[in-house]
Design a protein around this ligand. Sequence first.
Ligand code: TYM
Length: 342
Amino acid sequence: MKVEMQTKKRILSGVQPTGDLHIGNWLGAINNWVTLQEQYETFLCVVDLHAITTAYDPKELSKNTLSTAALYVACGIDPKECSIFVQSQISAHSELCWILNCMTPINWMERMIQFKEKSIQQGNNVSIGLFDYPILMAADILLYDADFVPVGEDQKQHLELARDIAQQRINAKFSKNKNILKIPQPIIMKNGSKIMSLIDGSKKMSKSDPNEGSSINLLDTPEIITKKIKRAKSDSYIGIEFNNPERAESRNLLMIYSILSGKEISQCENEFSETGWGTFKKLITEQVIESLSPIQEKYKVLINDPHQLNNILIEGKERADDLAKKTLKRVKSKLGFFEMGK
Ligand code: TYM
């Protein structure tokens, strides 16, 4: 076991516990973790500190944190092999974040597309935390010496920022060998890394979209899934296509169908080349319900066993804490902080 741990490369990723997770989070991120977990030493956090960067309900935060951890396992993450933990339980995240804050030029942050988009939604209520969000994310990743970070397309810019901070602002400035922090690489899958809204194929499916019909959530009932897909935007063409630039909704639903059914996109295109929207919507509805049903069943069992979930999070925290402390100590020592007993 020890030898195996040392030879495996490491991945780290996370999801915010902000309300219901949707099929974009699943197909863009969690599903990939499930595939990668055998090959890599896997650390997965529930990023609750990120969840308070926009308005939130304190009564829901802890519940959503537990529910997100339960969904990781329900989707197929093996807690015996992977470390699942809650970000706020490990104070090194906030501490490294502060150090990185002091090393990062403000104009790097002003380029962040997600900040610009989210701050428009927030109106006059934009917190410093929302601006700082990508640096906390960099701390999450760099603390664990992650080799790879499996995420959806929208996180690419944040990953580049984490790499730049580590390379240019820490390694290059504070170490001759330039080896204080490991430089992580993103893993962004070709299929599923950008699932679009059901009601507007040009917009990303997003938890913060106020229109509930825009996303399919992992815990939606068959009735709700049926209703949402029935109301999903369609067009006046016959046949479901993938490569027609004028048909974003057709492309998106075909992508979802292809991943869930395990059929190649070209095979789906052939199968549905003359199918009307009504028939296709029935088929994709059946597929989504069938694919989510085992996740929902497993979730029900887990969420009703808080003791088991708690144990999973305790074990995950212990493994994560160990690593995080070591990295933080290394960084503080190289950056010249006072050390006790020296
Ligand atoms: P969050 O919760 O917004 O998203 C979690 C993951 O889901 C992916 N995702 C999507 N993938 C495909 N299509 C979509 N429509 C879609 N919407 C979301 C995201 O890319 C992400 O992989 N900032 C991160 C959370 C985070 C993190 C980290 C990730 C904090 N620290 C460290 C990796 C490593 C985020 O986007 O959360």
